[in-house]
Design a protein around this ligand. Structure first.
Ligand code: C2O
Ligand code: CU
Ligand code: CU
Length: 525
């Protein structure tokens, strides 16, 4: 569907939204809220129940004002997940997944879902060659899984939706990290139909794999895990609106390590690892009056440092950088506007200050050679992936709340974002690959909005981008597991799965993933 038809169809659906959010009377509002909650509480048990849920377009209560949220505190490091093993080359720990109430805003309580009660997640740091054994206990009333985003772990250990940890159940995730896997990863919920909610409520954390031959091993490090939180004026985390489902959910607060506009001090040559752990927010980062030297991407170090003015991270991506300044200065880390062509929402170019930064000039040289990346192999197979959007409007759902088009049915939403014409089905294998065979994947975004592409189980190289007939190559070689696609852009990658089993691939705007813009690869012997 082209943009125009799309907008028109969208327009008739979203008319009330476009002309401004018409105030609904209280009883109607309550009905919507109740109706919604009713279903979502047992949605996990039966996905079909969800189909008839009416999802309102607008927020049910006003959002919390920025001034109320404490800010300008020194940036706190991410809290570590302590290694309880006393054998070498082994990491053992427990994670409890549970609802946890925090008071981030004075006099308001917010109920999150957290790993070990830690906002921005306990950080896991291990070495290449380590065996990792993590016991996860689920204390939620809904199933969950932990997916180790970007790590080459066996399929059965990778938190696929098929392998849910039931409410009050537990399991052990166990894997060994091969050499060459050093890098900046993360972990988050991948529960069927619940990834969006569980992640925006806090189920995400960082995961670093270190290597003994790292030339930057001795540099001081700091970590910026960027997440997105929506709080209403009562301190509650509201549910997704229909627009959140369509465009991906963004919050009214963009946080670093769980803090609003913290004070960051960069004392010289520091290795800074950055995560985009937002459900849907695209990050165009800039440190005003400074240069960014990129040293690593999703899958670890680059071959050599790369100078950039700004850094772009779509949801799920990571980078390692060093910040360069000619003189000591007080400046800001900002989020520049990025138009990802949301539906039914006009683009408002807005620059958001993420942190106050005091930065000093480099005090140690940066090695010009960081590492040798594995060579690009010749692909032996080619696969084609196409992202599309379809606006369905199933009539006659008989929803009271559909009157005045103040809501959309979950069913319509669930059939909106497709991969190769289909919505996700856990029981269906969409593609098969042979283990250890290099393949070229040609991914086309045949839709009017940005979507990114993430493949489980491996890192890949981007070969080329094609947009409006113009072909370009990446500026430098880097290992990636997530890559953005602008509207109508085609990206070609080369990848190779080194382990058998089911691997998911999807758009990492988690609402799209959750609605079914996801598919499965079966990797065979
Ligand atoms: Cu970080 Cu399947 O995702
Ligand atoms: Cu992943
Ligand atoms: Cu998407």
């Amino acid at each position: 569907m082209d943009r125009r038809t799309f907008l028109e169809t969208g327009m008739c659906l979203g008319a009330s939204f476009l002309v401004g959010c018409q105030p609904k009377d209280k009883s109607q509002q309550q009905k919507e809220t109740m109706h919604h909650q009713d279903h979502s509480s047992h949605a996990a048990a039966n996905q079909d129940d969800k189909k008839n849920i009416a999802v309102p377009y607008t927020y049910q209560s006003p959002l919390l004002e920025r001034e109320k949220f404490p800010s300008h505190q020194p940036l706190q490091p991410l809290k570590p997940l302590l290694n309880q093993s006393n054998t070498t080359n082994s990491f053992e720990a427990n994670i409890e997944v549970k609802p946890h109430t925090l008071s981030l805003v004075p006099s308001l309580q917010t109920e999150f879902f957290l790993y070990n009660g830690i906002l921005a997640g306990p950080q896991i740091v291990v070495n290449e060659g380590d065996t990792v054994k993590i016991k996860v206990t689920n204390r939620l009333t809904q199933p969950t899984t932990i997916h180790w985003h970007g790590l080459p772990v066996p399929s059965k250990q990778d938190g696929n939706p098929q392998d849910a940890i039931e409410p009050y159940g537990s399991r052990v995730y166990q894997f060994k990290l091969p050499s060459g896997s050093a890098g900046t990863y993360w972990y988050h919920s991948h529960a069927h139909g619940l990834t969006s909610e569980q992640t925006y409520k806090g189920l995400a954390g960082s995961f670093i794999v270190k290597s003994k031959d790292d030339p930057l091993r001795d540099l001081p490090e700091q970590h910026w895990l960027i997440s997105d939180l929506r709080l209403d004026e009562n301190g509650n985390i509201p549910e997704n609106t229909a627009l959140d489902w369509m465009n991906g959910r963004e919050g009214n607060f963009v946080l670093i390590n769980g803090q609003l506009e913290p004070k960051i001090t960069i004392k010289g040559t520091e290795r800074i690892r950055i995560w985009n752990a937002c459900n849907a927010r695209y990050l165009r980062l800039k440190i005003l009056d400074c240069k960014i030297i990129v040293i690593g991407s999703d899958g670890g170090l680059l071959e050599s440092p790369q100078n950039q003015e700004e850094l772009f991270l779509s949801p799920g991506e990571r980078y390692e950088i060093i910040v360069e300044t000619s003189t000591k200065r007080n400046t800001h880390l900002v989020l520049l506007p990025y138009n990802r062509e949301k539906m039914m929402q006009a683009f408002e170019p807005e620059t958001i200050t993420l942190a106050e930064v005091t930065v000093s000039p480099l005090d140690k040289p940066i090695p010009q050679k960081l590492r040798e990346l594995p060579p690009l192999e010749t692909p032996q197979e080619t696969k084609h992936i196409v992202y599309t959007e379809v606006m369905n409007h199933s009539e006659g759902h008989g929803h009271d709340d559909m009157q005045g088009m103040s809501a959309m049915s979950m069913q319509d939403l669930q059939n909106m974002f497709l991969i190769n014409g289909k919505t996700y089905d856990m029981g269906r294998m969409d593609l098969t690959s042979k283990v250890n065979v290099p393949e070229k994947w040609v991914i086309k975004n045949d839709s009017h909005m940005d979507h990114n592409f993430h493949l489980h189980g491996t890192q890949f190289y981007v070969l080329s981008h094609e947009l409006n007939g113009k072909v370009s190559k990446p500026d430098y070689k880097s290992l990636k597991d997530t890559i953005n696609l602008k509207p109508y852009e085609t990206v070609s990658i080369i990848c190779k799965q080194q382990l058998t089993g089911i691997r998911l691939f999807h758009c990492h705007v988690l609402e799209h993933e959750n609605l079914g813009m996801m598919a499965q690869l079966n990797v065979l012997e």
